[in-house]
Design a protein around this ligand. Structure first.
Ligand code: C2O
Ligand code: CU
Length: 471
């Protein structure tokens, strides 16, 4: 068990060094595209062997790192005994390569290989199963596209993929949640809850799933990955929240740090020693290592809980101490203030919107059912637009939980948060706090049917998805 778990850890370590390139060693006959295999692997989690999934190149590298200017070219093989489909989260491929299953390309059957080839956009992105239960079983990996700027910059790059893990399958979690008695909290009333109210109830609803472990690059805090860094050096931490249902608060332990990009898109750098990262979101954090050296835990704290995970950045010879458990829950809920403080470095050109949509995020804990405009996937009403049109989408969260909303095939700018008009971040995934409202602007892109959904996997599994149809 141990050796297997070590090996997959090393695999991620390889991706972190950023020099993996296209991994040409593992080419498919007739092409030089690297092979990525969806596969099962064994990890030791909390002293117990866990059978999990992974996206590995044949040399054990998790996911992929591309150098500036490279296209994303890969042969994806389904090595599982169940159908799967992988989404390239943060990339904007032609719709048939977007990886959502049957829209329009079908899932990969066991043993099937499919080729992907599209222009890659720089930034910290990731790849993951578009099947909630598989994503929850760790079928997720980094997809890093370095920029020319990354090559020039004098800094070390470290990728940090966060995840949550449960030995209990998603179906059992859902069955248990559905068996729970009707919830008395007003914040769960969904459709009827007035915006802005129910703050106390909302604070009780940060988490709806219990996990057994929280992972940073496949390891828990009892045996964290230690990354060697230079005294006085700078580290670009590419943080990916790949968790299925956990908002993490990133904590640099007081080390000075600046956010350079979110969801792979540059922002005007802001100082941030603590900030929240919702499921599906990424942040590039530039961390300054003190000249005196030492060991510096980079922690990710579960919102509203005492659990944490993380890695340790350490200079040569530094003593690595055990990280003491947290006595008290990390309560601060994701504040829209954080979103409101971000400014895009490359904002959308300003243009009046040609079409507006009002979208309500809805749902209840009992029954456990999450929806968009009160409708589950299958009964959804698509948002429809023409390619090139400027669109505004107002998202109003009428439920007691936050929802990280992800739009495929597009990037949007957050233009209103906390009731104020802003030139906010350009993103692909935005966290809409309970009972709050955000407005997004975007230009409708390539024609096709693009998914628009909550990135909380149990919410997605109950149908919290619609589509953005571009003609
Ligand atoms: Cu990262 Cu539709 O998902
Ligand atoms: Cu949700």
């Amino acid at each position: 068990m141990i050796s297997l778990s070590r090996r997959s850890v090393l695999a991620l370590g390889g991706a972190m060094l950023g020099g993996i390139g296209a991994g040409g060693r593992s080419a498919v006959a007739g092409t030089d595209a690297p092979v990525i295999r969806a596969t099962t692997r064994i990890l030791e989690i909390g002293g117990r062997p866990a059978r999990v999934l992974g996206l590995l190149q044949p040399d054990g590298t998790a996911g992929m790192t591309l150098e500036p200017g490279m296209r994303f070219r890969a042969a994806l093989t389904n090595g599982l005994d169940e159908p799967t489909i992988i989404h390239w989260h943060g990339q904007i491929p032609p719709v048939e390569q977007d990886g959502v299953g049957d829209m329009p390309a079908p899932m990969l059957r066991p043993g099937e290989t499919r080729r992907y080839d599209f222009a890659a956009d720089p930034g910290t992105h990731w790849m993951h199963a578009h099947v909630p239960d598989q994503e929850m079983r760790l079928l997720a990996a980094p997809l890093i596209v370095r920029s020319a700027e990354d090559l020039r910059a004098d800094r070390q790059e470290v990728t940090l993929l966060l995840h949550d893990f449960s030995f209990t399958p998603l179906a059992e979690h859902l069955a248990r949640l559905n068996a729970a008695p009707a919830d008395p909290h007003a914040g769960h009333a969904g459709h009827g809850a007035p915006a802005g109210g129910a703050t106390a109830a909302a604070a009780m609803d940060l988490n709806d799933i219990d996990f057994d472990a929280y992972l940073a690059n496949d390891r828990t805090l009892s045996d964290p990955q230690v990354v060697r860094v230079e005294r006085g050096g700078r580290v670009l931490l590419r943080i990916i929240n790949g968790a299925s249902a956990t908002v993490f608060r990133i904590d640099t332990g007081g080390l000075s740090a600046r956010i350079l990009a979110v969801d792979g898109q540059p922002v005007l750098p802001i100082a941030a020693q603590r900030f929240a990262l919702a499921m599906g979101q990424r942040a590039d954090l530039l961390v300054e290592i003190p000249a005196g050296g030492g060991a510096f835990p980079m922690l990710a704290l579960r919102e509203g809980a005492t659990e944490r995970t993380g890695i340790v950045l350490a200079t040569a010879g530094a003593e690595i101490r055990r990280i003491a458990p947290l006595g008290e829950a990390n309560a601060a809920p994701y504040a829209s203030a954080q979103e409101a403080a971000l400014r895009a470095a490359l904002p959308l050109a300003s243009r009046p919107p040609q079409r507006r949509f009002d979208v309500a995020l809805t749902g209840t804990m009992a029954p456990y059912a999450w929806t968009i405009d009160g409708r589950a996937w299958g009964r959804h009403r698509p948002l429809q637009a023409r390619s090139g049109e400027r669109i505004e989408i107002a998202l109003t969260n009428r439920s007691g939980m936050a929802h990280p909303m992800h739009l495929h095939g597009h990037r949007f700018q957050v233009v209103e948060a906390g009731g104020r008009r802003i030139a906010g971040a350009v993103r692909d995934t935005v966290q809409v706090p309970a009972n709050e409202r955000l407005v997004l602007a975007l230009d409708a892109g390539q024609p096709g049917r693009w998914m628009f959904h909550c990135h909380h996997m149990p919410h997605l599994a109950t149908g919290m998805m619609t589509e953005f149809v571009v003609e």
